[in-house]
Write a protein that binds this ligand. Structure first.
Ligand SMILES: [Zn+2]
Length: 55
């Protein structure tokens, strides 16, 4: 599942939100987990894929 990185412009806290593509397309309202504000900005998208293998 993709994790969307956001940063809160109010308290400068960054956090990641897990959303499915479908959920993301509906432009959900993201609230800062720290201050509960919605003045957040998307940083980048990263995919959490476990590819590391112990050889
Ligand atoms: Zn905040």
């Amino acid at each position: 599942m993709p994790a969307y990185e956001y940063i809160c412009k109010d308290c400068k806290k960054d956090f990641s939100v897990f959303l499915s593509m479908k959920e993301f397309e509906t432009r959900p309202k993201i609230a800062c987990p720290s201050c509960n504000g919605d003045n957040v900005e998307k940083k980048f998208t990263s995919f959490y894929v476990k590819t590391s293998k112990k050889s």
